[in-house]
Design a protein around this ligand. Sequence first.
Ligand SMILES: NC(=O)c1ccc[n+]([C@@H]2O[C@H](COP(=O)([O-])OP(=O)(O)OC[C@H]3O[C@@H](n4cnc5c(N)ncnc54)[C@H](OP(=O)(O)O)[C@@H]3O)[C@@H](O)[C@H]2O)c1
Length: 247
Amino acid sequence: MRLQGKTALVTGSTSGIGQAIAEAFAREGANIVVSGRDEQRGKAVVEKIRATGGSATFVFADLSSKAEVDRLADEAVRVFGQIDILVNNAGAVTFGPTAQVDEPTFDTLFNTNVKAPYYLSAALAPHMAERGAGKIINITSMAAHIGMSGLALFGATKAALTQLTKSWVAEFAHSGVNVNAIAPGPTLTPANETAGAAFIDQITSTLPAGRAASPSEIADAAVYLASPESNFVHGITLHVDGGRTAV
Ligand SMILES: NC(=O)c1ccc[n+]([C@@H]2O[C@H](COP(=O)([O-])OP(=O)(O)OC[C@H]3O[C@@H](n4cnc5c(N)ncnc54)[C@H](OP(=O)(O)O)[C@@H]3O)[C@@H](O)[C@H]2O)c1
């Protein structure tokens, strides 16, 4: 088991990619803090992990404010004593023309996708640095690396998180903390249901692999970046996008 004895906080692990990451980390022996706003789904994920012999606890958090982010960091540390692995996965998305994005939507995307990872990492990375070890994995997107009509705002938030990934390497790598990103392509999760099948089919048709990812395929990449096998890997974006950004 590659993550035996480690403790991981996975934001947005009540659904989709985050849930798959939480379950994969638990199978590798990590203690998991499952987090999100939906307590019922969060507790179901915890039960699923425990049913297979894993260790997990749910901590509610709405990541739209710094106060809630700070509270999540404190509670997550209190549950298992320390956080060794932080996965900044929770994300908000909107699909559509730039001119149709209202200000509350703009603020929701930047608060969830940039401000929350920023302050969560600010709260937890210094403790990892003091211990001389830690892993931070930022879930970005293919949309941070190519221009995609209908995803301008979303892509901008994920491009900001890509840059934070590199800046945190400069700040924390010398202290033994690995900071990396995973940029998924279209992945079969509830987030995409709001986009409509036609939009997702259109994006998927542009992938060399010719299909969308399953959440577990993103989780496999996260296990690598959380494990000792990636200890000399700093600041990469692992593109798990069926080859889309390669061609
Ligand atoms: N699916 C894709 O095709 C795709 C592609 C590229 C990148 N991504 C990225 O992958 C990550 C996971 O996406 P997904 O597809 O798995 O989405 P999902 O199934 O909709 O899950 C999103 C998760 O984020 C949490 N979340 C959203 N807003 C939150 C808030 N304000 N406070 C706390 N938690 C919040 C949700 O928790 P609650 O429901 O409990 O509130 C949920 O667990 C996101 O960062 C997304 O941008 C996804």
